[in-house]
Design a protein around this ligand. Structure first.
Ligand code: ATP
Length: 300
């Protein structure tokens, strides 16, 4: 029987996303609180003479996902293989549920999933520190997608430290038609701050206090995203949608990362279905998911 490894890789959200002044290397320094949520892409790998990739979508459009060497998951496999001198190819399939260019780090999740999958397939047993270093080379969100849970991200987001938290939350996700380009949102952020100096980013104390106590109402009030105004600039309709969700009993609402996905906080699964139903006439696609969940994991 052909050897096969299947990994599930969760989407990430940012409970706070503090963005600082652009650095000399072109990146913006971040102070963020990540949370992994139960919306998963599935990455399957099998040994093959040469490397190939196919991508399918579960209720989402995957036409913008590249299947050549520019796919972050194939880059991850190539980088891990090069570190260990593996010259075997992989046949990879990605079953996507995480919307593309939705501010949910779908590509980064696939890269983290591919690292875990190939490491298991090749039996390379890469040490955790090395996995994190390879992940950081692939992209700012990839180390967190390996780690999962709730964590503080600094640097350009690649330096990850687990956060002390209590409780389980439910997130209702309003998925927009079409994605938003992360670089375009950062350009809009820079334009909006052209005349005013941007302070160094910080993780808000009230957010950490809410997470430590597991208080969903306080958490809802302390969510923040410095990219939100920039996302509104490119998609003005998102601002009204957030207000609508709060009117419909969500404890808090914010744009996910660089958008355009909008997040609404609920206390229980039943509450999440109420918020979903309230929003359903205004949004074409809504899903809900619990958080936090662990990072990319081998399923079989
Ligand atoms: P982030 O919040 O990390 O900036 P995002 O969630 O907004 O990312 P992704 O879903 O990661 O966006 O996709 C951004 C772009 O990355 C896509 O438009 C696509 O061209 C490219 N890409 C490369 N590899 C992948 C992948 N495995 N899955 C999805 N997109 C990928």
């Amino acid at each position: 029987m052909t050897r096969e490894v299947v990994v599930s890789a969760p989407a990430k959200i940012n409970l706070s996303l503090g963005v600082g002044p652009v650095r000399r290397d072109g990146y913006h320094p971040l102070a963020t609180v990540y949370q992994a949520i139960g919306l998963y892409d599935e990455i399957t790998v099998r040994p093959a003479a040469s490397t190939s990739l196919t991508v399918s979508g579960e209720d989402i459009d995957v036409s913008e996902v590249p299947t050549d060497g520019s796919n972050l998951a194939l880059k991850a496999a190539a980088l891990l293989g090069a570190r260990h001198g593996v010259d075997e190819g992989v046949e990879m399939h990605i079953r996507k549920r995480i919307p593309v260019a939705g501010g949910l780090a779908g590509g980064s999740a696939d890269a983290a999933g591919a690292l875990v999958a190939c490491d298991a397939l090749w039996g390379t047993n890469t040490a955790r520190e090395e996995m994190l270093a390879i992940a950081a080379e692939l992209g700012s969100d990839v180390p967190f997608c390996l780690v999962g849970g709730t964590a503080i991200g600094s640097g350009r987001g690649e330096l990850v430290a687990p956060a002390m938290t209590r409780g389980k939350y439910w997130w209702v996700l309003a998925l927009a038609d079409g994605g938003l380009s992360t670089p375009a949102v950062y350009r809009e952020f820079d334009r909006l701050h052209d005349a005013s100096p941007v302070p160094e980013p910080e993780v808000p104390n009230d957010l950490m206090t809410a997470l430590r106590s597991g208080d969903v109402e306080k958490l809802g009030k302390s969510l923040s995203n410095d990219l939100q105004q920039a996302a509104f600039g490119l998609r003005p309709e998102l601002e009204e949608l957030l207000e609508l969700g709060v009117q419909g009993s969500a404890h808090g609402a914010l744009v996910s990362g660089s958008g355009p996905t909008c997040l609404f906080l609920a206390e229980t699964e039943t509450h999440a279905t109420q918020v979903r139903d309230w929003l359903s006439s205004s949004v074409p696609t809504i899903v809900y998911a619990p958080g936090p969940v662990p990072g990319a994991r081998v399923m079989r």
